[in-house]
Design a protein around this ligand. Structure first.
Ligand SMILES: [Zn+2]
Length: 458
């Protein structure tokens, strides 16, 4: 790789908030050696004409779920193409380590990834060597087997830890003291090996509407795990809370804040609801954010800095269950196209309160602006009927406009995310941009950059 470069004429955005400026940048032995206008090329220096391009530091992809796809796509596509130089995995309580010895329990963690992050189960099970049980062993395997074009950093997931210790009972009950002690040892192993921290999840319910194992954990368990985190300054407790379905975010954050503050734990929480249907939570969660700030707590509020788009199909989709609409999720769960069609035509099923409160009779399917066969959009239109219009309902993609309420979000100052950060820092003094996009949805073999972001909060 060429490490001595002169980038000429690019527009430098250095990430400090300084105005963009047209200057040259010299890189020597892989490090920036000089920044200035009209730099002369030195001997054995490759000159790159960067006119018309931005020259920036690498981007940190702060939230994705590449834990498994990186094993079969170690190029990390498409992230490097977007300038990502660091990818952060292990979010939302999900991680590939630690794992149980029991393959059935291991499959539970994989199924969680598959349902919530649309990661296909088969390559997850087949492409990973599974030559680890602990997080440190997982890291060792990763380092010895794979090379990446970007830095990888990761949390260890609370759900993974819980499943590794409690097996299938992790779904159903609080942990005993001996089990909590084992969890702490696993967390200690991960943090000692360099994990960013612990990620937990107080949001998700699975495809069968079961609360994920971290939602079953009591304060004794959280407290013990946070005690371990406290031993490792600089680590972070990340918690995903529910501002989507059961709207328990405020209480959950309060509970976690009570546990984190006295331990001086850095907490990252998802707390800026920008969708129209989250309107009622906006005030309380903003107030929480301000209270934490006023107290000087090391708490960081997450938000989407890009409008979320929803990829929806009747073959595989998070959105129906993730919008707490298990009626529509029955279509996803139906195993064959025939079964899906039969359900769609079934009068009993059609009588159910359906998609986003609209009855099926009010939904019509029309080609979207981009008339690709895979991009038929469901639009809610009073008086239009579904029958006869969905010639191939298994191939519909729906933007679910009412769920996303894009127009409402666009009016909100926080909607603009990183742009707002630069323009109006008073709005976002301690808010962390979440993600450049949820690229975890890339499929086995080929990424699908046109259909990869999901509508869920992460
Ligand atoms: Zn996530």
């Amino acid at each position: 790789m060429q490490h001595n470069l002169l980038l000429r004429g690019g527009t430098v955005v250095d990430g400090t908030g300084a105005p963009a400026r047209e200057v040259d940048v010299r890189v020597r032995n892989g490090l920036i050696a000089e920044i200035g206008a009209g730099l002369e090329a030195a001997a054995r220096e490759r000159v790159i004409d960067a006119r018309g391009c931005y020259v920036t530091p690498g981007f940190i992809e702060t939230h994705n779920h590449f834990d498994a796809p990186m094993w079969w796509t170690p190029t990390l596509d498409p992230m490097p193409g977007y300038g990502v130089t660091t990818s952060i995995n292990g979010n939302c309580g999900f991680s590939a380590a630690p794992v149980s010895d029991d393959p059935e329990v291991r499959l539970e963690m994989v199924k969680i990834f598959s349902f919530f992050e649309d990661i296909p189960i088969k390559p997850f099970m087949d492409a990973l060597p599974w030559d680890w049980r602990t997080w440190s062993e997982y890291k060792h395997s990763l380092q010895t087997r794979l090379k990446f074009p970007a830095n990888i950093a990761a949390y260890t997931g609370h759900i993974a830890i819980r499943l590794a210790v409690m097996g299938m009972e992790a779904w159903d009950r609080v942990a005993r003291p001996d089990e909590i002690a084992k969890m702490c040892r696993l967390l200690d192993d991960a943090l000692g090996a360099g994990a960013l921290g612990l990620s937990s999840n107080l949001l998700d319910h699975d495809s069968r509407d079961r609360a994920v194992p971290s939602l079953v954990a009591d304060d004794a368990e959280f407290g013990a795990l946070l005690d371990v985190l406290a031993k490792y300054p600089g680590t972070t407790f990340q918690v995903i809370v529910d501002s989507f379905m059961r709207m328990t975010a405020e209480a959950s954050v309060e509970r976690m804040a009570r546990l984190c503050a006295p331990r001086n734990i850095r907490m990252q929480w998802v707390g800026v609801p920008t969708y129209a249907f989250q309107e009622k939570l906006r005030g309380p969660l903003f107030a929480q954010h301000e209270r934490f700030k006023a107290r000087g707590l090391d708490f960081w509020t997450g938000f989407h800095h890009l409008p979320a788009t929803s990829s929806v199909s009747f073959l595989s989709s998070l959105v129906f269950a993730q919008s707490n609409n298990y009626v529509w999720h029955e279509i996803i769960s139906a195993p064959t196209e025939e079964a899906k069609l039969a359900l769609l035509e079934d009068p009993a099923w059609r009588a159910c309160p359906s998609l986003l409160g609209a009855s099926l009779a009010t939904i019509a399917v029309q080609p979207s602006a981009r008339a690709h066969p895979l991009r038929l959009g469901i639009r809610l239109r009073t008086g239009r009927r579904l029958t006869g219009r969905v010639c191939d309902p298994t191939r519909c993609l729906a933007p679910i406009r009412r769920a996303c309420s894009v127009a409402a979000r666009q009016r909100h100052p926080l909607h603009h995310g990183s742009e707002a950060l630069a323009q109006e820092p008073r709005h976002l003094p301690r808010v962390v941009p979440r993600s450049t996009g949820d690229w975890q949805h890339q499929r086995f073999r080929r990424p699908r950059p046109d259909a990869v972001r999901c509508g869920r909060p992460c």
